[in-house]
Design a protein around this ligand. Sequence first.
Ligand SMILES: [Zn+2]
Length: 129
Amino acid sequence: MALAVCITCGAEKSGAWRTCEKCGFDPRSSVPTLVKSVYLSIDRYEELDDRESYKNELDKIAELIRCRKAVAYDQAELSRLENQYYEVQSAQRHELWTAFQKTFLPGLRILLAILLAIFLLKLMKMFLL
Ligand SMILES: [Zn+2]
């Protein structure tokens, strides 16, 4: 039973994001192909029961693709998966920015404090001499 199926040739894959070993198709080449690839994998379900029962469904879909028949993608489900993809992307960007701030902000503050101190010392020297 398949864990994921290639959207172009119907070969079994171990994960939705993986490049197909049979036809070489890379699902990450565009968002729509990635979304369809997730659709044709057990990763679209969180519950273990759903994942298990979808494996049988995937075998049937794989057969359809191998016979060059059209897969009837559920548009609402495709939209849901696409939104999920963009939510994950935006969460990752937010985490990256937070990590950047945590790493560099303390150093920048110290640098600014030193520069301010130097500036004040120079100012004092100007007035005292
Ligand atoms: Zn393939």
